[in-house]
Design a binder for this molecule. Structure first.
Ligand code: DUT
Length: 243
């Protein structure tokens, strides 16, 4: 971590159909400094997942530039880009192996110690340890069925075991209760002061304490600021707060 993990969006526009297509993101500009937590909030279809998907290059921008640590992501070697960041997708994608294998999917050579440390931060160690087979429990088929929130926490552990410089959570705690979500955030802060975190959320409580919150509406940034700033300056944010 250290001073790594800066992200710059410079006038980024994006359409799934390329140039001339229906824009999903319009002229997005913002900076996320190393170690900052940036929250992204906005109604369904606003473009939140599309926006974060541009950073690991699931898609490429139609216009503008995205820089990571000053470099255009298109100029960073794909392997290096993959190492720098971890993304926890909205829909958890665990496979029918053991919990250990599922977490190690993030980093094949991780030691048991590293897996456990990641699971502790993700607030998953306790419920994993409470099962008869612990980390050898098979996910999915028969035996223990983990809840949606538990699966999300295993997915977060999978991302953390990589020790990324940038962590992207796409609504990854939607099924986790607010108190546990708070503990995950505390653990992230305590572990890695240098970890840059981008956090998509539906609930305002999930992003309230972020360094900066980006409010997206219909592909456009309609507000950037802290919770207090947005409460006085951004009508869309106030509406989400009241809903
Ligand atoms: N879209 C596509 N193709 C895709 C994904 C999305 O055309 O493969 C469209 C749907 C929507 C817009 O892009 O009109 C933005 O979708 P996105 O999933 O980025 O929005 P969101 O803010 O993440 O929505 P949600 O909160 O429902 O996840």
């Amino acid at each position: 971590p250290g001073k790594k993990g800066r992200i710059d969006f410079e006038q980024v526009s994006f359409s799934y159909d390329g140039e001339g297509g229906q824009p999903v993101l319009k002229q997005i500009s913002f900076t996320c400094l190393p170690g900052e937590t940036v929250g992204i909030i906005g109604s369904t279809g606003a473009g939140k997942s599309s926006l974060v998907g541009l950073i690991p290059r699931f898609y490429d921008v139609t216009e503008g530039t995205i820089r990571v640590d000053g470099m255009d992501v298109r100029d960073i070697e794909p392997k290096r880009l993959r190492e720098k960041m971890a993304i926890v997708p909205q829909k958890t994608m665990l496979f029918t192996g053991t919990v250990l294998e599922n977490i190690r999917w993030g980093k094949a050579e991780a030691t048991h110690e590293e897996v456990e440390q990641a699971a502790r931060m993700a607030q998953a160690h306790e419920f994993i340890s409470a099962t008869p087979d612990g980390y050898e429990t098979r996910v999915g088929q028969g035996g223990v069925n983990f809840s949606g929130g538990q699966k999300q926490r295993i997915s977060i552990a999978r991302a953390l075991v990589k020790k990324p410089e940038i962590l992207i959570l796409d609504d990854s705690t939607s099924a986790v209760d607010v108190a546990t979500e708070g503990k995950i955030k505390d653990a992230l802060r305590a572990y890695a002061a240098g970890l840059t975190c981008i956090l998509i959320a539906q609930r305002i409580t999930s992003v309230m304490d972020a360094d900066k919150i980006i409010v997206l509406d219909n592909g456009e940034v309609v507000g950037i600021g802290t919770h207090d700033e947005l409460m006085t300056s951004c009508q869309v944010y106030q509406e989400i707060f009241q809903s």
